[in-house]
Write a protein that binds this ligand. Sequence first.
Ligand code: AMP
Length: 540
Amino acid sequence: MQGTMMNYPLTLTSILERAGHLFPKQEIITRLPDKSLHRYTYADFYRRARALAEALQKAGLKKGDRVATLSWNTYAHLEAYFGIPAAGGVLHTLNLRLHPNDVAYIVQHAEDRFLIVDDVLLPLLEKCRADIKPERVLVVPLTGQPIPPGMGLESYEDFLASATGDFDYPALSEDDPSGMCYTSGTTGKPKGVVYTHRSTVLHSLGSALPDVLNLSMKDVLLPVVPMFHVMAWGLPFTGVMMGSKMVMPGPHLDAASLLDLYESEKVTKTAGVPTIWMGVLQALQKEPTRWKLQPMEMVVGGSAAPETLIRAYDQFGLKVLHAWGMTETSPLGTTSRLKTNLQGGSADEQYAYRATQGIPTPLVEVRAVGESGPVPWDGVSMGELEVRGPWVASGYYRLEAENDKWSPDGWFRTGDVATINPEGYVKITDRTKDLIKSGGEWISSLDLENALMGHPAVKEAAVIAIPHPKWAERPLAAVVLKDGAQATAEELKKYLEPKFAKWWLPDAVVFISEIPRTSTGKFLKAQLRDQYKSWQWESA
Ligand code: AMP
């Protein structure tokens, strides 16, 4: 017997069509470089995204051709998110925080044919222009300034104006590629992940679910997470699919600019990395009555969210939702909402759950794998987190050598180390390469860091493994104190004592002014390890 259902392809063009027809009056607001607000509607967005698709086709774009973007979160970037895949092209977002050599490598590796760039980012493009040869470079005039002549640059606006509106989408299969991102690893060359129309549509549906990000047409969504990093966690697709009002912060990611937008546009959902939320929290604590905010949910991911951050925002009536994911997982893998049977627990228990990375989204499976196979879901046994699902990558683009990242039975090895508790909550304890193994036993650097960041004087802390003659490795904590705050190493160790087994406590605490970070804001522990590798242990 055969099913009797349509084999309807899951493509981004259906999302674009729905948005254009059902929500023409919904707004999209962008903060421009001069801080003024650009406002238009879904009707404008729909027309312009289709114009981009048509103009790209007329310029000779063939199915599967890559179109790169070097852009902030703006209306034009949103047009590229839909217009490029609607033309059959592959949206390739370039991370503007990478070293120009890496950007050049990525453009060459992906063989980008066209490039769309914000005018304010032209100086950045100049730094790698000699090494890359896109056929056409389209400049988005965010400042309204004329485009510099004689450099092979064209106006994005003129390009759109060449479209007539007489345009049909090319025939698209749901397995056609729609977008690509390169992972910004701390070692080795960046690795490309290619998303398909199908994986993107399913990821959008999965993300929008009430128990996941809970996005609806009633929401006002402000993605702080850059559209050049893992597709802004898919939020541009999910928000447009639902018909949410979209608020784009442009290049202004400082706390006051964000808080102003939250207030003026009545934002209900926002998303970003812990560093951003720490800055916003400090601003709120400094001037608690300055901004009148709506009840807002703040998705945090990319690095672990300390429990203290979640608690502190509750005081302002703002709900932090912890989520975990990776470039290779589109990225949403887990979100930490409390299951109903856990809602009767004490406040401390509930916070402890909310601080975990959470339970897997529908259609995503997780397991933690130790030396002899998957470890039990007991909340204690650690193993490498492996995942599989319809929006998880099955390989890297043109990079066979890395294929040991997939297990023989088809799971993706994340490189994160985790425990899973009997309720299914995943808790990331480390990156495999950042693990600390003392006397044959694992110590979780993330647990120590989160606890240290609960100390009132501590702004940030990174805990790393340092070679030790007796224990193989011992933890060293590198701590950044808050402005004007003071604490001694002894005091911080005492603070940790009641929370951890004695052998987990860092043997050394050093005070530094700043923790080195990757281009996407994650702690660059390799650099710290290098800096302190010859540390002389007093007791050794
Ligand atoms: P990226 O591909 O750049 O998004 O980086 C993915 C990596 O970020 C993951 O493998 C984790 O190591 C880390 N990560 C993402 N979300 C979280 C989280 N909520 N808690 C801890 N680490 C996270």
